[in-house]
Design a protein around this ligand. Structure first.
Ligand SMILES: [Zn+2]
Length: 118
């Protein structure tokens, strides 16, 4: 059984679920825009959680951009600067909406621990 995917950086090591109301979003960059409706809870990995807990959407966008774990076609079709800008707009909207993180059940996986959480 594989681990859930982190909804931020796309790593297959999501360890937390955060409740969130459905959000209709439009992100606009210098060369286009993306529109979508995001429904329900978000999954996050141990690397993304510290940014989320601090409300650091710029730092999270920078981390996710550097992680570059998205679908190869998207990575090839978009520039790093475009993705970073879209992520910042998205996370600025999403982070304030997220509920208290709940650890996911750990089934046969060696997932990273969130630093500072006991
Ligand atoms: Zn992540």
């Amino acid at each position: 059984m594989s681990a859930p995917v982190c909804d931020f950086c796309n790593a297959t090591t999501a360890a937390y679920a955060l409740d969130c109301a459905d959000l209709a979003l439009q992100a606009t960059g210098t060369r286009g825009s993306a529109q979508t409706t995001l429904s329900g809870a978000w999954h996050a990995c141990g690397s993304c959680m510290p940014f989320i807990e601090r409300g650091d959407y710029d730092g999270l966008a920078d981390y996710v951009t550097r992680a570059a774990l998205g679908p190869p076609a998207i990575l090839k079709m978009t520039t790093t600067a475009f993705r970073n800008d879209v992520f910042k707009q998205l996370y600025k909207r999403v982070l304030p909406q997220l509920g208290t993180p709940r650890p996911l059940a750990r089934v046969g996986a060696n997932w990273p621990q969130l630093e500072g959480v006991r």
